[in-house]
Design a protein around this ligand. Structure first.
Ligand SMILES: [Mn+2]
Length: 317
C-alpha cells in the first residue's frame, strides 16, 4: 500500500486538539505511539511555545518521528527555543539573548523543561536536528516560505536529511554568517522594509512579513500578513516590486507551510500552495491536509475537500 501523508500546521503546545485531530485522521494510539498503517504525519514546525502542554506535544511528536510514523520540520519557535537554552561554545553567551519578551515567549517551555532538568538537553538536541525542509512524495514541507535560492544557499550547512551540521546550527543565530539569511527566509518567511510598523511589544520593525505566495498586490491587505501591520501601513504609498523574486512557479511541487496565523475556513491559496496554520493556540483550528500519494498527480492541484480540521476554541486550560 502507498504511504499517504497527513500534513499538520503549527501545534504550539495544544495537546488536546492535536490528539483529536490525529484521531479524526484515523491514527490510533498503540504501544505509546500514535500511528496509522497507511499514513505518516508531517508536522510543519512550531510545536512549541504558547500552549500549556509543551512536554506533552513534544513527547507525542518525538515518539512518532522516532518510530517512523511522522516527520517534523523546524519552525522559528524551535530554532529560537533551542537558542534560548543553549550558549555559544566560545563566548558562553546565550545564542538568543534573554530579553523580556523572549522570557515571556518561552515561559511555557521553561515551565515544562527547566534549564537544568534531566531531559532538557536531550529534547533541545532533538529540536536542533529537525530538518529545515522536506521534499517527500510529490510535495514540499517548510515552516514559513519556500525559496529556491535560499534552499540552495543552505546546502553547505545541511546533511542529506536537511539537518544542520552542529557548527552550522550555532552559526545560524549570527546574522553575520551566510547561514542566517537563507534560514530566516525558510523558517521566518519573507520580509520587506516598510518604515514605522510597531509590533505588540512596542518594537519598531524595520522588516515586516509579506505574503510571499502572491506575485502581485494592489493593497496593503494583499501585501502584509498581519492585521496590525496592515492597519499601520494604510495611507503609506505601496512599495513596488520585490515579490517577483519570491513567486513560486505553478508547475513546481505543492508546498505546505505554517507560520502565518490564518483565520476562517481552511483552504489552499493557489493550486500548489497551502498555509496550514489556522491559529490553533488562540482559539482557531488545528488543520491537516490529507495527501493521498496515489491520487495526487501534481497537475491537478490541491483540493479543498482534503483539508481536515478540529476547533480549538472550546479548549482553554
Ligand atoms: Mn507559529
Amino acid at each position: 500500500m502507498n504511504m499517504n501523508y497527513a500534513i499538520i500546521g503549527d501545534v504550539h503546545g495544544m495537546l488536546e486538539p492535536l490528539e483529536r485531530l490525529l484521531t479524526k485522521l484515523g491514527f490510533t494510539y498503540q504501544q505509546g505511539v500514535y500511528q496509522h498503517n497507511a499514513y505518516k504525519a508531517v508536522f510543519l514546525g512550531d510545536l512549541v511555545d504558547r500552549g500549556k502542554h509543551q512536554r506533552g506535544v513534544l513527547e507525542l511528536v518525538r515518539k512518532m518521528v522516532d518510530a517512523g510514523h511522522a516527520y517534523a520540520v523546524m519552525g522559528n519557535h524551535e530554532h529560537n527555543t533551542v537558542g534560548y537554552y543553549w550558549r555559544h561554545p566560545k563566548t558562553n553567551k546565550y545564542l538568543v539573548p534573554h530579553k523580556a519578551f523572549r522570557n515571556k515567549m518561552h515561559a511555557a517551555v521553561l515551565n515544562d523543561y527547566p534549564e537544568k532538568g534531566e531531559d532538557t538537553q536531550e529534547i533541545m538536541a532533538w529540536m536542533s536536528r529537525l530538518p529545515v525542509y522536506l521534499e517527500l512524495d510529490g510535495f514540499r514541507a517548510v515552516h514559513a516560505c519556500w525559496h529556491d535560492v535560499s534552499v540552495d544557499a543552505l546546502q553547505p550547512f545541511l546533511n542529506e536529511q536537511n539537518q544542520f551540521h552542529s557548527e552550522a546550527f550555532i552559526e545560524s543565530f549570527d546574522c553575520s554568517t551566510p547561514v542566517y539569511q537563507p534560514l530566516s527566509r525558510l523558517i521566518r518567511g519573507a520580509t520587506m522594509k516598510v518604515p514605522g510598523i510597531v509590533d505588540d511589544f512596542g518594537n519598531v520593525h524595520k522588516n515586516v512579513r509579506v505574503q510571499w505566495w502572491r506575485n502581485e498586490y494592489q493593497s496593503w491587505d494583499e501585501l502584509l500578513t498581519r492585521e496590525s501591520d496592515v492597519r499601520q501601513a494604510r495611507g503609506m504609498p505601496l512599495p513596488e516590486g520585490y515579490l517577483d523574486d519570491l513567486y513560486y512557479a505553478e508547475d513546481s511541487p505543492p508546498v505546505f507551510f505554517g507560520h502565518y496565523w490564518f483565520n476562517g475556513n481552511p483552504g489552499h491559496l493557489t493550486s500548489n500552495l497551502a498555509c496550514m496554520d489556522y491559529s490553533a493556540c488562540v482559539g482557531g483550528q488545528l488543520v491537516a491536509y490529507d495527501w493521498r500519494v496515489a491520487e495526487e498527480p501534481a497537475s491537478k492541484g490541491l483540493r479543498q475537500d482534503r483539508f481536515v480540521s478540529v476547533d480549538s476554541h472550546s479548549f482553554r486550560d
